[in-house]
Write a protein that binds this ligand. Structure first.
Ligand code: FES
Length: 166
């Protein structure tokens, strides 16, 4: 072993150590850049007071740029495995975009009608006429008392999502 070899080894180790530290610092920087800002995370949740909703008249709430339909069903409206049951009340929660090509259906005569190509969805959000290939989609939500929290997947959401897949 010569001094030259030891010196070369030392330079190699030093270079590897500097490269490793630089690589780790870059990864930390990239993660910080990719993570959503706290303000974005906070805006991902929207709370809706279900106790203030009148039966038979759907509310439309904007969540992450999408319309969300919240319908408190009347006693005459047929029940569905998709119903969100809160106390004595049954609700339909749905993303208000037609599953055909994404138009926003309007509530008319106890159903959502899509003006673009005539698609229809019943009060449970199920497609009943026209080209829509599937029911209105379900947004992620959880329930706390009579408050609906859009943006997080609670047990009620998981149960309904599983029923929709069955
Ligand atoms: S976009 Fe609704 S029926 Fe075509």
């Amino acid at each position: 072993m010569s001094n030259e070899t030891n010196r070369r080894d030392f330079l190699g180790y030093t270079f590897a150590a500097v490269a490793a530290v630089g690589g780790a610092a870059s990864l930390v920087g990239m993660k910080k850049a990719w993570d959503p800002l706290p303000s974005v995370l906070a805006s991902g949740f929207t709370e809706v007071d279900l106790s203030g909703i009148k039966a038979g008249e759907p509310s439309t709430i904007m969540w992450r740029g999408k319309p969300i339909f919240v319908l408190k069903k009347t006693a005459e409206m047929e029940s569905s495995s998709r119903d969100l049951v809160v106390g004595e009340d049954r609700f339909t929660i749905a993303i208000g975009l037609c599953t055909h090509l994404g138009c926003i259906p309007a509530w008319k005569k106890n159903m959502w009608k899509c003006a673009c190509h005539g698609g229809e969805f019943n009060a449970s959000g199920k497609q009943t006429f026209g080209p829509p290939p599937r029911p209105l989609d379900l947004p992620p939500f959880s329930v706390s008392g009579t408050t609906l929290v859009l943006g997080e997947e609670g047990p009620e959401y998981k149960k309904i999502a599983a029923a929709m897949k069955a």
